[in-house]
Write a protein that binds this ligand. Structure first.
Ligand SMILES: Cc1ncc(COP(=O)(O)O)c(C=O)c1O
Length: 358
């Protein structure tokens, strides 16, 4: 039967809530009242066919690209779906990183791609190794998919490696899909989008994770103009047009993007320090830490992480994302950037749960 669901999404919507919720991946919600906008100008209906010009322009300026290359979408979720659906035919070979964000795999399988995996290993700091991609690429490869920053580890792939991946893709006529939803959580020397690296790059992103306005579902794809049109036409079969007031609010957010990002950054930075100190103290866990990003992937050295997380939630009202959703069941993912007090209490609960666990 055709693959038609996401176990991770289902878990996230039904099982991740807890008093101390460390199962997040985005920053704290930015409240509407703090956005300097004139609500009288909000409208329900307006002209919008293949993209709302002001939003397309704002996204294009944000990335320093031509608006013709911008396709609006409902979050990065729909951006990934639309991009893959426009590129992949059933049976096409698609190479996806391992560990991977579950829904990316789910969509590729739903589209009946022949999915192959290339490993990112902890020993190698979770870096993408182009040689691993070279090893599994074939003339049938149509698409290579990575997340940058990597979900779950927040590891950054540098342009030099992305260029190598682009070269590999070009050699077999494939494209590279880079999900950059977390890239702006590199707060210093923020890298430019990999879309600038060449015509084989297709990029997805949104305002959901780093800016705290997930509810707007403002996402986008960057693709060369012919592909961008293919995606817009395909989107006529999915959501046709976005929610109009959402477009107006997204344009307003773009005017104050830095303010939203800086607000979240203070919490992310404080949380990162807290988590790093915690990991140094706790020999039961190991993790590759980064100086950016909103998630950290932690290994429980001994014992079953699923059992540990179940006890953590049942007895300490604390949640984290089980590593099984990233095909690494001895790990779990901790989120940063929501509330430093909550993270501190959650980490304290992890320490206490560990005492009763071991
Ligand atoms: C790598 C990655 N891509 C896409 C998404 C979905 O993002 P959005 O909320 O913008 O749809 C997530 C959410 O966790 C993610 O981690």
């Amino acid at each position: 039967m055709r693959h038609n669901h996401s176990d991770y999404m289902h878990w996230s919507k039904t099982q991740s809530r807890a008093r101390f919720n460390l199962a997040t991946s985005g920053v704290a919600w930015f409240p509407l009242r703090e956005l300097p906008i004139d609500l009288d100008k909000l409208e329900i209906n307006g002209d919008n066919s293949y993209g709302y010009a002001l939003l397309q322009e704002a996204i294009a300026v944000h990335h320093g690209i031509d608006p013709e290359c911008v396709v609006e979408s409902a979050g990065t979720s729909m951006a990934n779906h639309l991009a893959m659906a426009a590129i992949i035919e059933p049976g096409d070979e698609v190479l996806i990183e391992h560990p991977a964000y579950g829904p990316i795999l789910d969509v590729a399988q739903y589209l009946q791609a022949n999915v192959k995996r290339f490993p990112r290993t902890e020993e190698n700091g979770w870096a993408v190794d182009p040689n691993e991609i070279r090893r599994c690429v074939t003339p049938k490869t149509r698409l290579i998919v990575i997340t940058n920053l990597h979900n779950p580890t927040s590891v950054l792939t540098p342009d030099s490696v992305l260029r190598e991946i682009g070269d590999i893709a070009r050699s077999v006529g494939a494209l590279v899909l880079v999900d950059e939803v977390y890239l702006d959580a590199v707060y210093q020397r923020t890298p430019r989008t990999s879309f600038h690296l060449g015509p084989e790059f297709v990029v997805t992103s949104s305002l959901t994770k780093v800016y705290g306005v997930s509810g707007l579902r403002c996402g986008w794809i960057l693709a060369r103009p012919d592909l961008a049109w293919k995606m817009r036409r395909l989107n006529d079969l999915y959501s046709a047009t976005p929610v109009y007031p959402g477009l107006l609010l997204a344009v307003a957010v773009f005017k104050h993007l830095n303010r939203l990002r800086e607000k979240a950054r203070r919490i992310v930075d404080a949380d990162r320090k807290l988590l790093r100190d915690f990991l140094v103290r706790q020999s039961a866990f190991s993790a590759v830490t980064t100086d950016w990003g909103t998630t950290s992937f932690v290994q429980l050295r001994d014992g079953n992480a699923d059992v540990f997380l179940e006890r953590l939630r049942a007895e300490f009202d604390t949640s984290a994302v089980p590593g099984r959703f990233f095909e690494m069941p001895d790990h779990f993912r901790i989120g940063m950037g929501v509330n430093t007090e909550m993270l501190a209490e959650g980490l304290d609960c992890i320490s206490r749960a560990l005492t009763s666990f071991t």
